[in-house]
Design a protein around this ligand. Structure first.
Ligand code: NAP
Length: 338
């Protein structure tokens, strides 16, 4: 079978196509014919050696997110059947309950092989059926970005209809957060580096209630304050990281929630700002299979269609990485596996 691997991880050019034996499912496992994968910012960090932690094993197959159909099942598998349309979970061993350090040992495309391959064997417990209205390319966007946005908004302090959610930028996680918040009946304030991207966001029918260009409004938290009658937002989906966090906290209402997700910027924060707001800062690291399944119910009932910016053929996987690096996208970048 064809796949890509990273003999080393110092840049996008290290990503090279290769041939490997098609794997066979053992007891409790399934063989999935992968149909599409999607990229996350994390995949760029892995390929360029910036992800932190132990470096990826030489020859790692990258990417956590993919969808396909079950082609064969091993002995004792009853959870899924041949022909089912499935996606792997980001953490292969985190099915439910709180996150545990051992889950990190089974993160696809990081500590274990990922899904940029024609076939992949999964534990039958480490996949979910994808919503029926989604094509494979759409379903391939869900495992990391979708589950992370769902975890942020619903897992700890569930978002309520009528509340206000602040999203940063128009990347994969943020666009899911916009869609999920709207589906839950919340108001959205979306930020971006670019008016053109904000126009695209509105044109996609996502209908963020208010948009702020954080380049033309460097003090964007003041705009948020103005737009919320000096109340602040109930929830921030914080993909920027340390550099944007002080402004995100300043934009949060008393008792509000800031979900810390991203590492796009660096900086420092004075924690007393959280104290004076009695706000909660909660770290989010993707999520469990149970969260994935709960998110799929939200996606299914509301017929949510993930926002895909571009789809690249398998042969152009490196171009897909470069497109992510360029950051001109809105939503997700996908690789089709024909
Ligand atoms: N903790 C987790 O479980 C988890 C899961 C997924 C992702 N993440 C992290 O979350 C971040 C986003 O990931 P992604 O996959 O959604 O990335 P992505 O699709 O590559 O999106 C990145 C976008 O972020 C926006 N951005 C960049 N700098 C910004 C800034 N200073 N302020 C506000 N927005 C900024 C840009 O959009 P505009 O041009 O529109 O501003 C950029 O296109 C990354 O740091 C990633 O590592 C964490």
């Amino acid at each position: 079978m064809k796949c890509y691997h990273l003999p080393r991880a110092t840049g996008i050019d290290d990503l090279v196509p290769t041939e490997r034996d098609r794997p066979e499912p053992g007891p409790g496992q399934i063989l999935v014919r992968m149909r599409a994968c999607s990229l996350n910012y994390r995949d760029l960090m892995v390929a360029t050696g910036r992800y932190g932690g132990p470096p990826p094993a030489p020859g790692l197959v990258p990417l956590s997110d993919g969808a396909g159909e079950v082609e064969a099942v091993g002995e004792g598998v009853s959870r899924v059947a041949v022909g089912d349309r499935v996606a792997g979970t980001f953490f292969a061993a985190w099915q439910d309950g709180p996150p545990l350090p051992e889950h990190h040992k089974h993160a696809l495309g990081g500590s274990v092989d990922g899904v940029l391959a024609e076939y992949r064997v999964f534990d039958a417990e480490a996949v979910v059926r994808v919503p029926p209205h989604l094509g494979f390319e759409e379903a391939a966007t869900l495992p990391c970005a979708g589950v992370t946005a769902w975890n942020a908004l619903f897992a700890a302090t569930p978002l309520l209809a009528g509340q206000v959610v602040l999203t940063l930028g128009t990347g994969g996680v943020s666009m899911f957060a916009v869609q999920f918040a709207r589906a839950a009946g919340a108001r959205v304030i979306a930020t971006s580096s670019s008016d053109a991207k904000l126009e695209r966001l509105q044109a996609l029918g996502v209908e963020a209630a208010d948009c702020i260009n954080y380049r033309s409004h460097p003090d964007w938290e003041r705009e948020v304050w103005r737009l919320t009658d000096k109340q602040g937002v109930d929830h921030v989906v914080e993909v920027g990281g340390a550099g944007t966090l002080p402004r995100s906290v300043a934009a949060t209402r008393s008792g509000g929630m800031v979900s810390l997700i991203g590492v796009l910027t660096s900086g420092q924060i004075d924690p007393t700002a959280l104290l004076f707001r009695s706000a909660t800062l909660r770290g989010v690291y993707v999520g469990s299979r149970a969260m994935f399944e709960a998110m799929n119910r939200l996606v299914d009932v509301n017929r949510i269609r993930p926002v895909i910016d571009r789809v690249f053929p398998f042969a152009e996987a490196r171009e897909a990485y470069r497109a992510l690096q360029q950051a001109d996208h809105v939503g997700k970048i996908v690789i089709r596996i024909d």
